[in-house]
Structure formats: C-alpha cells, structure tokens
Design a protein around this ligand. Structure first.
Ligand SMILES: *Cc1c(COP(=O)(O)O)cnc(C)c1O
Length: 420
C-alpha cells in the first residue's frame, strides 16, 4: 500500500496500543495539533477537579487535613506522582507556583557569583526564562548583559551541543537551558551538558516545559541540580495549572530565594515562628498556599498517562507520530522544510514545518478546523500529542496544508491576521 495514503494511516491507528486512550479526552471538532501549548481535558482530570470542589463544599476548612489526598501535603503527594516522569526521587519533586516563578526562585537560589559570575543560556530560549533570569541578576546588582553568555544558533533553528560545551569554562557558575526548544523542537542532551557544567564547577538547571510527559528524563542519575516545568502542555492539567520543580537532594536545606511559609518544614509550619525553617526536600521551594483547584486536574491527568503505560509508552508513540509526520512532509510538501532534527535523540514531541507563508497558512488551517500554532518568522508548529492524536490526524493535517498551499487559500488572509 502507498505509505502516504489515508488507508495506511488508518492501519497504523489499528495497530496502535494507545488508541483507546483518546476516548478519555474531550476532543474538539476537527484536528487538534496544539497539545504543546494547551493539552486537552480528560474525563479523569475533570473528575479530579469535581472531587476537590465537592470536598470544599462538604469539608470546608477540614479539607486541609481530611480530604483525599489531604490539601496540606497535596504539593508533596502530587510531586511523588510526577517524580518518575522526570527520573527523580519523590522528595526531589514538588508541584508549586508557576514555571516563571519557579525560575525566579531556583535561579535566585542557585546563582552564586563565587562559583562563577557567568550564566550560560541560549539565543532560542522561551523569552520568559530570560526575563526571569535577567530580573534575578539585576536584583543581585549584576548587569545581565555582562553576566549572560548567550550561545547563538548557527542555523536559526537549533543550538549545537559543542557550542554549549565550548561556552562553559571556569567563569561560569550556572548553566540554564531548556530540554526542548519551543520553536524547532530540538531536544538537548541533558546528561552531557550537566557533565560539562559540573566539570567546570558550575551548576546545571533545565526548563522541561516542552518535554515533561512526552520525553522521559533521568534527572537524578544525570546529577542535574534543579529543573522546572509546567503541567498544562503534554500533561493536560489545564490552563494555568500549577507547575513543577525538581531540586537534587544534595541541595536540600538551602534557603530559597523566594521563601514563604508553604515551604517551611511541614512539622513546624503551624508553630508560626518568625524564622523560616526550610523543608528538607524540594518542598522548601513552595511559596504560598497551594492553589488546590489549579492542582487537582493534574491528579486525574496523571492516571491517563499511567494507564497508557507511562511516559516511555508516550514517547514511543510520539516518535512514531513525528516520524510519520516528517515522512509525509518530505513526500507531500516539498515546498516546506522540516526545521526539527530528524535524529530521535535530538527530537522532542512536535515538528516545525517551515514555509515563508507560515503565518497565513496557520490562519487558513484554523478556519478549516485544524488547530496548529504559528511561531515567527516561518514556523507552523504541529504537535501530535501522543495520548489523543491518531495517525489519521497527522495525515489530515498534512493533507490540509497541501490543499491550502495548492489553492493558495492563505492569500485571503492579511499578514497581520484576520481575513482580508
Ligand atoms: C510554556 C513555557 C513556559 C511557561 O511559563 P509560565 O510561567 O507557565 O507562563 C516557560 N518556559 C518554557 C520553555 C515554556 O515552554
């Protein structure tokens, strides 16, 4: 059978061990390829949220102790459930705050000019990471333009590992990089970068927002010092859901840059002492009262991933989907380019399909029921999230792009957005 036929896509779906999982999600009409911006709601996540609302109604203040799981240690308990996804011990992970806030507190804690004044980041990072790092440097009286060593990209898409490693020398105190670049989908080698940082006496931190739940990590084994991530992309915990963080156990006991009572040792928190006593775990990096309603859907969403076989199974299907997508782009969209690395070891969960008319093509696709997103200057980001995307959906998105280009349907959209 022709490998680029719809029938072939359907055969792949028939052989997919994760195909049932999709039925647990509320799927919008059309084709949803934006799960790396906002993952979809599952029945499980909805039920977990409903259950906390009910506990609030029935238990009121007693929910902090009598709910199941109790709200007082909710951040720690859900941290235990997320820890295997990033390869960490339960005590090394907590769910707390937002990703940006977690960058503030972790960077602020672990940046120590005595170790080295310079900070290695890359030029293709998600902007909020740089905003937070610069703010923390300024707060310390350090000029960010002096301290930041920004590794440039040679091709505008990816950052070469040797360029990262070359940037790390004795002047560097901290390396902070993403696991996966949000635009091209390049996956970094966390192990090699951490090793290079440690050899130079620097610490290594990572932002896993674009990989948690779709790429397995081994943070403890790699000796990574700290990491942050969000749960509303591949982990489907809902818009603005509580974020996660990891701190290696060798750092337990440090005082966080943004200390708050929720990070105090749980045994003494209600003694209400004026002296902060950090929890001897990643839990110390919680700040204020946990937003239980923004955390509850995660509890249900994690059940879906567990039943699917965990993050390893999700990764296997994700690679099969992105392999298939890349093959179809090669075959049917010769006027587009794939901006994502082809090697599995360097690919996250989405594919950057590049075309000079990417902005208008994305808009035309949306009006045809295909949800992708556009990232300037020329990327249509296509994310076949493995828990609810079929091979047939991948086939459809490529087919729709082919039609939009052939019919020049994008020409009726203005450059600034909207139909002309
Ligand atoms: C999505 C994303 C964020 C989002 O941060 P919030 O504080 O949740 O808004 C941060 N960093 C990266 C790399 C991301 O992909």
């Amino acid at each position: 059978m022709d490998d680029s036929s719809l029938a072939s896509a359907r055969e792949r779906d028939a052989a997919d061990p994760l195909s049932d999982c999709r039925e647990r999600f509320f799927l919008p009409d059309g084709v949803y390829m934006d799960g790396n911006s906002l993952g979809l709601l599952s029945e499980d996540a909805e039920a977990a949220l409903d259950s906390v609302v009910k506990e609030w109604r029935d238990l009121a203040i007693r929910g902090w102790t009598d709910a199941d799981p109790d709200w007082f240690t909710y951040g720690e308990r859900l941290g235990d459930r997320v820890a295997p996804l990033v390869g960490a011990g339960g005590e090394e992970v907590v769910i707390a705050n937002s990703t940006t806030v977690n960058i503030h507190t972790l960077f602020g804690t672990f940046y120590d000019p005595a170790r080295g004044e310079k900070v290695v980041v890359d030029a293709l990072d998600f902007p909020t990471d740089h905003y937070a790092i610069r703010a923390q440097l300024r707060a310390r009286g350090v000029d960010p333009d002096e301290a930041l060593r920004v590794v440039e990209s040679r091709d505008g898409r990816t950052v070469a590992r040797e360029d990262v490693v070359d940037a790390i020398d004795d002047d560097v105190g901290l390396v902070f990089l993403p696991s996966v670049l949000y635009r091209s989908g390049q996956l970094f080698g966390i192990e090699a970068i951490t090793e290079a940082a440690h050899e130079s006496g620097a610490l290594a931190g990572f932002d896993l927002a674009h990989s948690v739940g779709v790429v397995p990590h081994h943070l403890s084994d790699a000796g990574v010092d700290f990491a942050v991530w969000c749960h509303y992309k591949y982990l489907n915990a809902g818009p603005g859901a509580i974020a996660g963080l990891y701190v290696n156990e060798r750092h337990f006991g440090v005082t966080p840059a943004l200390a708050g009572w929720w990070g105090n040792d749980k045994g003494t928190q209600f003694e209400m002492s004026m002296t902060y006593q950090p929890a001897q775990s990643a839990g110390a990096f919680q700040i204020g009262t946990i937003p239980v309603l923004a955390a509850a859907p995660l509890d249900g969403a994690l059940d879906v991933l567990a039943d699917a076989g965990g993050v390893e199974a999700a990764r296997e299907k994700s690679l099969a989907l992105t392999d298939y997508l890349i093959d179809l782009v090669d075959e049917r969209l010769p006027d587009c380019e794939v901006g994502t690395p082809r090697a599995h070891a360097e690919r996250g969960g989405h594919v950057a399909v590049e075309h000079p008319e990417a902005a208008r093509v994305s808009e035309a696709l949306r009006d045809r029921g295909v949800v992708v997103d556009y990232r300037p200057p020329n990327v249509v980001r296509v994310c076949p999230a493995p828990l609810y995307t079929r091979f047939e959906d991948v086939w459809r998105v490529v087919d729709e792009i082919r039609t939009v280009l052939d019919e020049r349907a994008y020409e009726s959209y203005s450059m600034g957005g909207g139909v002309t």
